[in-house]
Design a protein around this ligand. Structure first.
Ligand SMILES: [Zn+2]
Length: 464
């Protein structure tokens, strides 16, 4: 398993599977690390207040976490919330341990100087102590051990919002549930393309994970390698979660818009009757298309690489049956649709060539590869977004690029225009369209208003 696989696994825990297929997991990692300073939870100490302070470290994990906001009505919070009561003042008595993969309870207890006997006492104190037998990486254990050396309190946090507090009473421990509700605030961000999508996002301090998610959402309608132009604008409305005024994580994108060369694409989040979450046009057409517009993921291309400076169309003078994407050698190439690999071998001027057969008489070809993705060979099934190989310059290529062809029933088509002629993607079922409109109307109106005021601001002559 390589780094990318590991990253993917990591990210898939926090991201719906079907949004992952485009997301550069590696990119998420690198970017998140860039944007979010890694704080060392192991040495974090609780706030100096006497309230039950929940130390929140902004790590890569917490910024990727997209917990579902629970409707307040489902929880009778007042039954659970731990009253703010004074604990011992000396914060040096607290030891905060973040559970890492491979950790076990016994080693964690001995790390803070507690015996197996102490562990046993907590474990047997209540049914809720069962949580200690099912620790997952990312859980936080906070131990309060005064000079006596006895465990006075133990806080087990599954997340900043959910956990238990064990407090010693003589030789036993009483347990209280910690259940907090995040305050949800909506954030609205706009960006304008001057150089790259990334830079635009960075300038506006839009979380990288949301820029990537936006590119995923529009991956079936916009080729984020070739389509964006200087002056293109985009906007994103998303949830942010706070606890006691402190930012604890980003929520889902609620609505997003990309204006590409004068064409406006809008997508709104909708949970259908079956509970499936997806993004749809305001008219109810799914944003998920049969084909991705680009066989390369914009986030897999190193950020200092500017395709426009490197003449993206390398072979326009020759009769050319495909689209060329200039990209550094080694850039991953993804299948643009579900299908079956029918060739993965060298073929003359194509160099290393992968051909994928899709249903409906569609075929895609990927040429000049430096190498094939591990395990890719004839007969293999691939899903949309799966990595099938890596950019190179084998065969007749003058420089590293991907030569991409699109065939319909054996006839070459321009991949840049053919997709507009394909049948429309699936839409909300007519029986559900009223529900869709009802649930998205006010959100879309709000989003539209925000976009309108954004345009007014952008068009206003600046004061200086
Ligand atoms: Zn070519």
């Amino acid at each position: 398993m390589d780094f990318v696989d590991i990253s993917k696994q990591f990210v898939s825990k926090y991201y719906p599977r079907d949004h992952l297929y485009i997301a550069g997991a590696l990119g998420i990692f690198c970017l998140t690390l860039l944007f979010v300073p890694d704080s060392d939870k192991g040495t974090a100490v609780p706030n100096k207040t006497t309230r039950i302070a929940i130390p929140v470290g902004l790590t890569a994990t917490s910024s990727l976490q997209i917990p579902e906001a629970k409707p307040a009505t489902e929880l009778a919070l007042e039954d659970f919330v731990v009253p703010d009561k004074p604990l011992l003042e000396d914060i040096t008595l607290w030891r905060n341990i973040e559970v890492k993969s491979g950790d076990n309870l016994s080693t964690i207890f001995s790390k803070v100087g507690l015996s197996d006997q102490a562990l046993f006492r907590v474990l047997n104190s209540s049914d809720e102590a069962e949580v200690l037998n099912r620790l997952y990486p990312g859980y936080q254990l906070d131990f309060m051990i005064p000079d006596s050396g006895e465990l006075e309190q133990l806080r087990v946090l599954k997340s900043p919002l959910d956990g238990y507090l064990f407090t010693r009473h003589n030789n036993n421990y009483e347990v209280e549930r910690i259940l907090k509700e995040a305050q949800i605030q909506q954030a609205f961000k706009v960006g304008q393309i001057a150089d790259s999508l990334f830079m635009a996002g960075q300038r506006e301090q839009i979380p990288a994970v949301h820029i990537m998610e936006m590119a995923n959402i529009f991956g079936g309608v916009i080729d984020f390698i070739l389509d964006p132009r200087t002056g293109d604008q985009f906007s994103i409305l998303y949830d942010e979660q706070f606890l006691d005024g402190e930012f604890i994580g980003n929520g889902q994108i609620l609505a997003t818009q990309f204006v590409n060369q004068g064409r406006t694409f809008t997508a709104v989040r909708y949970r259908d009757e079956e509970g499936e979450v997806g993004y749809y046009s305001p008219e109810g057409e799914s944003m998920r298309k049969a084909f991705l517009r680009s066989p390369l993921d914009v986030f897999r291309i190193s950020s200092n690489f500017n395709p426009r400076r490197r003449h993206p169309i390398l072979n326009t003078i020759r009769a050319h049956k495909g689209t060329d994407y200039a990209a550094p050698t080694g850039t991953p190439i993804r299948a643009t649709s579900d299908g079956r690999v029918i060739r993965a071998s060298r073929n003359g001027s194509f160099g290393n060539l992968v051909i994928v057969q899709h249903s409906g008489g569609f075929q895609t070809k990927y040429a000049h590869l430096s190498k094939y993705a591990r395990g890719i060979g004839p007969g293999d099934k691939v899903r949309q977004g799966d990595i099938i190989g890596y950019v190179g310059s084998t065969g007749g290529a003058t420089g590293p690029h991907l030569h991409y062809e699109f065939l319909v029933n054996g006839v070459h088509q321009n991949p840049r225009t053919i997709l507009d002629k394909l049948p429309k993607a699936e839409s909300i079922d007519p029986s559900e369209i009223d529900r869709f409109r009802q649930q998205t109307a006010s959100l879309l109106q709000q989003f539209e208003d925000l976009n309108t005021s954004r345009l007014l601001t952008l068009n206003q002559p600046s004061a200086d």
